[in-house]
Write a protein that binds this ligand. Sequence first.
Ligand code: COA
Length: 273
Amino acid sequence: MSELKPQTGMLEGQVAFITGGGSGINLGIAKNMAAAGAKIAICGRTFEKLEKAAEEIREHGVDVFPVAADVRDLEAMEKAFVETKATLGTVSIVVAGAAGNFMSKVEDLSYNGFKTVVDIDLIGSFNTAKAAHEQLKETKGSIIFISAGQSLDGYSHQAHVCAAKAGIDKLMKTLAIEWGPQGIRSNSIIPGPIDGTEGMKRLSSPETLPMLIQSVPARRLGSVNDIGQAAVFLSSNLAGYITGAVLPVCGGQTLGGSGLFNFAADQFHKPAK
Ligand code: COA
């Protein structure tokens, strides 16, 4: 299932701009969008990392533009969008995916630690949307925010991420309302635990991995293609009437509110003969 590639040509003629596109989930999105025919701009802090990722995306035979900019810097983002338009054409798909994360309890988290994640995730998403707006208006395009389960509930050691991701989803919904009349759609994806990503490295360990998989109703980690294909769908005409939506692509993991009950029921409930 996760090896499926989106239908060739589904995003033909589109230009996608993806922040955090140098690695992980966002690079997976970039590759899936490239396989669907879109030209790709990947944006991140380190040009060398972007250039390496661009080589991998070029294997899909589309034009790729690596553009270095920090999402925390609005002027730099505006410049990156102008350069992308000049290089690839007017942007019609935006993925605000750049994020930072680490585990810390609030009592060990400094003001700057909290602010750093809010700056990258929330302010960075705001800057990306602001810088993209004129081009999205021109193309009647769409923006996808990469949210997280932390947007939905409290998570231990993740106050900074919970605050930032909840903010992102409210920003996403407000943009759906404000920009809907301009023909722009705005949605979020909530990825579950995705194999081989920086996020997995930071949030789990070999010891906790079996427990983590057990907490996912689909009983497996997701792949970057699982997220990439959902992003292709959400930015395609197939999703033309979907806006303001939070789409969990998580194997059911965000249904975990009843996780402890489910675990206990699986372990201890014996059906009556
Ligand atoms: N625990 C507590 N505080 C931490 C921390 C940790 N594990 N890691 C960083 N911080 C704090 C720092 O101490 C600093 O605060 P201080 O000035 O009060 O000491 C603040 O966060 C900023 O750290 P810094 O390393 O200067 O920030 P940065 O901008 O270089 O990096 C991070 C941002 C911290 C988010 C970094 O982990 C990063 O760049 N991550 C990108 C990749 C990533 O996280 N991917 C996963 C996404 S799910």
